[in-house]
Structures are given as structure tokens and as C-alpha cells.
Design a protein around this ligand. Structure first.
Ligand SMILES: NC(=O)c1ccc[n+]([C@@H]2O[C@H](COP(=O)([O-])OP(=O)(O)OC[C@H]3O[C@@H](n4cnc5c(N)ncnc54)[C@H](O)[C@@H]3O)[C@@H](O)[C@H]2O)c1
Length: 346
């Protein structure tokens, strides 16, 4: 085998360490280093992978071991853009960036443009679209057995920027990666005087997550081509029993349902007029997102989670907040560059 792609992880929290585990399973990838300032997370890495070099910052890693081919960025959302641009400047060939791409849409656009002009492959980790049940759902929809699709309803806990983005990506994936034409949204966030923003613009305290403020609930409708609608019931609005990433597709001849994460039993059910029935499918997972990244680097093959796909998701997510902030139906793409929830803080 030709020399493997060297990979450096930036941010060794739970997500970063999970990605490192995935990376070690890809024969074409050789993880060589981790950048992490937190002692406890460095220790967790050292306990599991004692041969990996540990650094406090990306610059120290590059200075010591040279730029790797692949940078994996799994830090809190607030510094994704800064770190991605640093990685591009260092000469990496690919960036595997955690979702959401950034807090501000302008930063997400900046990342995509910087990667494109430097010829860097950008992959955004909306890994749910690779789940066998999501692939099966897309096939069922495309087969026409449900008739024409009228509505996809998704529900889930968390905040819309970090968790709703998965549903946005899944809905767009199910509809064949089309973009919404317009978005109408509302969000609720009680005033929270204990949220604090530092001079560096990083938010901490109650009502904040990953370095930025979050809302308690979001509700949105997106209008797609051909009259297809998507609804998002997020945060404290998720209905009982539909706690995380529950998707229901309603067509003119039938319905298809993905049960939420963590539920025992069948993952999918279908109703073609005679009531709900389990829908079996091949549950064997395909290549991981990182394995596909290695393949894209080797062959130039398109990655299903490429930067433009991630940017389209980020635009739809931002439009929900912009609609709430401006009290209008947002015609896509949104005009906000800055995270519109910031305009709603009192
Ligand atoms: N794709 C998914 O399903 C999924 C699931 C959970 C989280 N995430 C995303 O992954 C990212 C990380 O989430 P997490 O829950 O692991 O967060 P976390 O806060 O637990 O871990 C982030 C780590 O990054 C480190 N860090 C911060 N700034 C750094 C810097 N400049 N250089 C190096 N390290 C730095 C922190 O010290 C911390 O250890 C977030 O963007 C989150 O939205 C994605």
C-alpha cells in the first residue's frame, strides 16, 4: 500500500475521540497526532492510544511533525472556522469538519471558499445520511411507492444549530439533496442574564453550548420545490416518544417512519394504506465517512458530505433563525451572515 494519509485530530472531546477510533479502522489513514489543551482529554487519548503525539495547538503540531494530509476538527462550534482556515494555510489536503460548520453563516462560506481556492477537500460530518436506514428511506422515496411526497416531519431534542442540522441534512438527503425555496421559523429563548460573552466573543454559562447562545425550542417549516414541505419540531417542542431524530415521510399513497435513536426493535415502518408495518432492510453499515474521505483523496470521487452539501444545510439552519429574528418568511438563501439568534437576545 502507498504511504497512508497522515491524520491529526484537533479537539479530543467525546466526539473527537470517537472519530479517532473510526480513523484507526481505515487502512488508508494513519493517525499521527492530537491537538488538545485540556489535560483530562489528553490523558484519555494517551490511555487509549499511547503512541500518538500530543500537542496543545495546531501550530505546535505542524511545527513538530509537519502538516498532515488530513485535519479532523472536532472542537466546539465557535472556533471551527478559525481552525479550518489555519489547516488550509498549513497545506492539508482534506479537512473533516464537525457539524455545524460554524456558528455564523459568513464563516461557513469563508471555509468553503478557502478550501475550494486551495484545492482542499472539505467534508462536514453529517454522518447520519450514511446510516443504512436513511439510505433505505431515500430509495423507498425515489421508487415512487409512497406517491408524491407532501411532507417530511422531523423531531428532536437539543438546539437547532447543533442538533437540528442533522435533521436538515437528513431531510435534504431524503429529497435528493435539493435546497429549500423558503423557510419560516420561530425560536424561543427566555432571557438568561447568567449567559456571559467574553472579549473573544465566546459565550459561556446557562443557555449556551459550544461557545454560543442556544434556544430552548425551535419550530420551522421549509418549502421545497414541487410543493414539498418539511417541518422541524425542535428542543422542548419534540412530541412524546419522538425524542431524537425521528422522521416521518408523508406521501400521496403512503407513509414511512424512522423511529428515534435508541428505540429497541425495527428502525423503519411503512404504511401503504393497510396500517403501519415494520420495513426490513440491510442493516450492514457501508464505509465510514472517513473511509470515504480517503477514497475521495485517492480517486477524486465525490464525497456525499462535501463542503457544498454542508453549506446548503447551514443556509437552511440559519434561515430558521433569521426568519424568527426578522419575523418574515425567508426566501433562500438567507441574508444573515451573523448568527441571527444573537439579534434575539435581550
Ligand atoms: N456529528 C455528530 O453526530 C456530533 C455529535 C456530537 C458533537 N458533534 C460536534 O463535535 C464538536 C465537538 O463536540 P464535543 O461534544 O466532543 O465537544 P467537547 O467540548 O466535549 O470537546 C471539544 C474539545 O475541543 C478542545 N478544544 C477547544 N478548542 C481547541 C483548540 N483551539 N485546539 C484544540 N482543541 C481544542 C476542548 O478542549 C475539548 O476537549 C462540536 O462541534 C459538536 O457540535 C457532532
Amino acid at each position: 500500500m502507498a504511504d497512508r494519509f497522515r491524520l491529526v485530530l484537533v479537539g479530543a472531546g467525546a466526539m473527537g475521540r470517537g472519530l479517532l477510533q473510526d480513523a484507526f479502522a481505515v487502512p488508508e489513514i494513519r493517525p499521527v497526532g492530537v491537538c488538545e489543551p485540556l489535560e483530562a482529554n489528553c490523558q484519555a487519548v494517551a490511555d487509549q492510544w499511547p503512541d500518538l503525539s500530543l500537542f496543545e495547538t495546531w501550530d505546535q503540531a505542524v511545527e513538530s511533525i509537519g502538516p498532515p494530509e488530513i485535519a479532523v476538527i472536532a472542537t466546539p462550534n465557535f472556533n471551527h472556522a478559525e481552525l479550518a482556515l489555519q489547516a488550509v494555510a498549513s497545506g492539508v489536503r482534506a479537512i473533516f469538519l464537525e457539524k455545524p460548520m460554524a456558528v455564523h453563516l459568513a464563516d461557513a462560506r469563508w471555509i468553503v471558499e478557502a478550501c475550494e481556492s486551495a484545492g482542499v477537500l472539505l467534508v462536514v460530518n453529517h454522518q447520519r445520511r450514511l446510516l443504512p436506514e436513511l439510505i433505505k428511506m431515500r430509495e423507498v422515496i425515489a421508487s415512487g411507492v409512497l406517491g408524491s411526497i407532501e411532507l417530511i416531519r422531523s423531531c428532536g431534542a437539543g438546539d437547532f444549530l447543533s442538533d437540528g442540522t442533522h435533521a436538515v441534512d437528513s431531510v435534504r438527503h431524503l429529497l435528493g439533496d435539493v435546497q429549500a425555496e423558503w423557510v419560516f421559523g420561530q425560536v424561543f429563548r427566555a432571557p438568561n442574564p447568567e449567559s456571559v460573552v467574553g472579549e473573544d466573543g465566546v459565550w459561556t454559562g446557562p443557555g449556551c453550548r459550544y461557545g454560543h447562545p442556544v434556544e430552548e425550542a425551535a419550530l420551522a417549516v421549509a418549502g421545497f420545490p414541487d410543493g414539498v414541505r418539511a417541518e422541524f419540531h425542535w428542543g422542548s417542542l419534540f412530541p412524546a416518544g419522538r425524542w431524537y431524530q425521528d422522521y416521518e415521510v408523508i406521501g400521496s399513497r403512503g407513509r414511512l417512519h424512522r423511529f428515534p435513536d435508541g428505540r429497541e426493535g425495527p428502525r423503519l415502518e411503512i404504511d401503504l394504506g393497510g396500517g403501519w408495518e415494520p420495513l426490513p432492510f440491510d442493516e450492514t453499515p457501508g464505509p465510514s465517512a472517513l473511509a470515504r474521505l480517503a477514497r475521495s483523496l485517492e480517486t477524486g470521487e465525490n464525497h456525499p458530505m462535501n463542503g457544498r452539501v454542508g453549506l446548503a444545510d447551514m443556509e437552511l439552519v440559519t434561515a430558521v433563525y433569521e426568519s424568527a429574528a426578522r419575523r418574515v418568511r425567508v426566501e433562500m438563501p438567507p441574508s444573515a451572515g451573523r448568527f441571527p439568534l444573537l439579534d434575539l437576545l435581550s
